[in-house]
Design a protein around this ligand. Sequence first.
Ligand SMILES: NC(=O)c1ccc[n+]([C@@H]2O[C@H](COP(=O)([O-])OP(=O)(O)OC[C@H]3O[C@@H](n4cnc5c(N)ncnc54)[C@H](O)[C@@H]3O)[C@@H](O)[C@H]2O)c1
Length: 420
Amino acid sequence: MGEHGTGRRAGQSPERNAGHGAGQSRSSGHRTLGVGLVSVGWMGRLHSRAYLAAAQHYPDLPSRARLVVAADPDEGGRAHAVDALGYREAVADYREVLAHPDVDVVSICSPNFLHHEIALAAIAAGKPFWIEKPMGRSAAESSAIARGAAQAGLVTAVGFNYRHAPAVARARELVRGGALGEITHVRVSLLADYSADPAGALTWRFLRARAGSGVLGDLLSHGADLAQYVVGRISSLTGQTRTFLTERPLPSAGAASHFSRGAEGGPTGAVENEDYASALVRFDSGAVGTLESSRVSIGPRAEYALEVYGTRGSLRWDFQRLNELQLADSPDGYRTVMAGPDFPGFSAFQPGAGTSMGFDDLKTIEAALFLRSVAAGRQLAPSAADAWAAAEIVDAIERSAESGSWVDVPAVEGETTVDR
Ligand SMILES: NC(=O)c1ccc[n+]([C@@H]2O[C@H](COP(=O)([O-])OP(=O)(O)OC[C@H]3O[C@@H](n4cnc5c(N)ncnc54)[C@H](O)[C@@H]3O)[C@@H](O)[C@H]2O)c1
């Protein structure tokens, strides 16, 4: 691995992260980074596809990923990793991934309760990692990961994929460039129905010890990141949470996904975290706004919407219409602008406006940012500090929901991409 391929930031000792498996690709001259994956669920499969797609969408990428080893205790996941995703081997225990001599970077796509343990182990092994959100089950776990990675000089990436949508990236440019005037108020609402069916199984997502919070960590953490990425830091808030479906059927044996149904007429268990959360927020800038999220809303399927209002104009974006930006830059109201090659990131995927990008493409952008970060030893992808910042908002909503008061959101240390 050469001088830019250490995955450490400038000034860090290169020998601690020699990248044993990294090599020069014989055909292209690009560096090769060996990928180790932990957990072959929805996100693990998507990370794997994204690493490979990144090389095709970005021929200028300084490094190419090679899928080396995947870990999952589920036999079906291991078979899928080798047969369909193209990993050279699959193992049951994630420790074998971290210890593998050909693994240079790690994707952590496990259920939330393992993130802290695996991330700290990746830090101890000196391996840069791309971790899914919520990074920790709490702000305390997230800060330990972010601080550990910073102290070790490791670059990171976090699964805040929605910020990569070209229309969101354009929204940030417009807001930060002053096109909307002074930002007055912001609405971020992430309403989904993935848990609306009462027959949905009591998977790890509904259990405190396994998931931490409920929809707060699962969806509202994305919303917190979107609000801060586009507008700026949230400094205080008052929040509320509710659990509407308090019992769910236990899952049948085997791996249960996001959308699994429990056995009919079988035993049930208690839902331990919230279905719904909302907050009134104040930004550092003086803007005010609301965050709201539900996993049990019937109607919106995955309506993840951002609205920003300013003294000279407004914009709104909804993930369900990923390629459209609603823009009101005149008194005549909103007009729809289709994302096209002039939007940030679009032209790597489609040649003309109106031909749509999709969810997986957002992950490809994230994979490319991670690979570039590792190659440059510089944080380009959403960082562990960004995930810590989102976790502080989640924790603040929980604290406020309990006390019924406004609470301050602690500022985080380290390098966030929000302020760049
Ligand atoms: N960025 C996003 O938009 C997004 C979307 C969905 C999920 N996520 C996050 O991704 C993570 C994974 O979610 P998912 O939907 O892929 O979950 P999933 O339920 O589809 O998959 C989880 C996988 O973890 C495996 N697993 C269980 N115990 C394990 C262990 N001890 N070691 C290794 N693997 C183990 C399971 O066998 C399964 O294959 C979560 O943190 C979730 O919040 C992010």
